[in-house]
Design a protein around this ligand. Sequence first.
Ligand code: AMP
Ligand code: MN
Ligand code: MN
Length: 317
Amino acid sequence: MSKELSLKEVGKMLMEAQSLVLCFHVSPDGDALGSSVGLARFLKQQGKNVKVFVDDVVNDFYKFLPDVAIIQRPVLDEIHEADLLVVLDASSRDRIGIVGDCVKAKAILNIDHHISNTKFADYLYLDANAAATGEIMCELFEEMQWKMDKAIATLFYTAIVMDCGTFKFSCTSAKTMRMAANLLEAGVDPSDIAEVIDTQSRASMELLAKVLPSLSFAHGGKVGYLAIPNSLYNKSIHTDNFVNYARYIEGVDVAFMVKEVEPGVIRVSLRSTKAVDVSIVAAGFGGGGHMRAAGCTINAPLDEAIKQVLDALGKVL
Ligand code: AMP
Ligand code: MN
Ligand code: MN
């Protein structure tokens, strides 16, 4: 069980630490990267010793982010000591992979917005109503009256827009918009960021063309899904947006995409448009996430994994 902190207490704890390791979930997305690298940049400006770790590769899609080069991939036999390990945008210890084993910190602080949070850290700031961890970062900066430069604002803005579908998803609140407004005042140009995040690589579009024929429907058309078999899977190609091609279809309440990342290892991304809580479905397979966006991994052949997800969805629809 974690001790839950106020934002002020979070700010104080970050300021009191001299050496910090920041980390976030594997398969990092814009929110994990933007919120962590933005906070790291600020803490470095305060003269602190800061490392940023992820137990994964960072997709080239994110190379436009300022300071992204600060991110290191840890190796198991190298132990890093720190005053504080800060885990951002991750709801359980297994989501940070080996980072938990490579860092010996005096305390672990978790800053998160997943409803499925397991309260694994010593200290926790959880706001399941925040659209993104980046939104929590903006509130923290406001609360502590910390100054952000344009690079930090760009990182937090990317974090927010990528988790709330550029203010389209239901997690978008008035506060999300207010925090985004602060970031515009700090120098962010939303059209510059939209340009980079809406631009896909040619390889990504070519892969999409091969994946779209797999589009299928079930449960009377309420479920739409796509599949990437291992023969088409390529870790370096960005596919995070593919699931939306199954989601924004008339009659579809739940969409999912299965990716066979290794033969027999299936990464599942679930999205829902109506009041279907896909975080519960994902939790049934040991995963988690939010009501309308969740994920899990299933160890089974691709067809079998699809069948298991369809069965689980049949129970909640
Ligand atoms: P994705 O489909 O990978 O974009 O994930 C959708 C949301 O669910 C994100 O907020 C993820 O952080 C979260 N999520 C994905 N996989 C898991 C998992 N195995 N455990 C907990 N949360 C997850
Ligand atoms: Mn995330
Ligand atoms: Mn997030």
